[in-house]
Ligand binder design. Structure first.
Ligand SMILES: Cc1cc2nc3c(=O)[nH]c(=O)nc-3n(C[C@H](O)[C@H](O)[C@H](O)COP(=O)(O)O)c2cc1C
Length: 177
């Protein structure tokens, strides 16, 4: 299976980066081909809503790193979003990638599985609610099938996450696909 993992944190060695690493380790061990797109370290500009894409077969007027990635995401069987929680939802960095799906909704929709992996400082029930709702709505819109969710609450920094079972859960999630 071809799997695109899109991360959203500016922390190269942060909590969500560790979860992404462990997920990828498991997925590769199970024989899957993984493409990793670290959105915070790529040039991905926000959607301009100019609708140039609508009359140019999905080609975006933005000349940035997303253009090389449309093909990778389109050909993937699974898309995995890995993000820190920022104000109850995904980070702006990864949301910019999702918004740029707009140009290629028709080519991206259907026939894919998806997963969400997130880390956050908070521990209460509301911490992941906003992200989970957004994720499920995106899946409904894209006609993608949910294949798993991992919400690492109570993890402000990597050192705390390392003391939990969440990295193992991320590895097992990757291994299970
Ligand atoms: C701008 C910003 C907003 C944040 N908002 C939340 C929040 O709404 N809820 C929460 O529990 N943690 C919040 N946090 C904490 C991060 O989600 C948490 O530290 C996470 O582990 C960071 O992941 P990273 O190391 O992968 O970047 C926020 C952090 C930042 C920088």
């Amino acid at each position: 299976m071809k799997v695109t993992v899109i991360t959203g944190s500016p922390h190269k060695k942060g909590t969500s980066a560790l979860l992404a690493d462990k997920f990828i380790e498991g997925a590769k061990e199970s024989g899957h081909e993984v493409f990793r797109f670290d959105s915070a370290f790529e040039d991905v500009k926000p959607c301009l809503a100019c609708e140039y894409c609508a009359i140019h077969d999905g080609e975006c007027v933005r000349r940035d790193d997303m253009n090389a990635w449309y093909g990778k995401i389109i050909e993937s069987d699974m898309v995995v979003l890995v993000t820190p929680i920022y104000y109850y939802t995904m980070s702006a960095q990864i949301k910019a990638v999702v918004d740029r799906f707009h140009g290629n909704n028709a080519k991206l929709s259907g026939n894919k599985k998806a997963m969400i992996i997130a880390s956050a400082y908070g521990e209460d029930a509301s911490t992941m609610e906003g992200l989970e709702k957004t994720y499920e709505a995106i899946l409904g819109f894209m006609n993608w099938e949910d294949a798993g969710k991992l919400f690492a609450t109570g993890c402000p920094v990597r050192e705390v996450l390392e003391q939990t079972n969440f990295p193992t859960q991320a590895y097992e999630l990757g291994k299970s696909i």
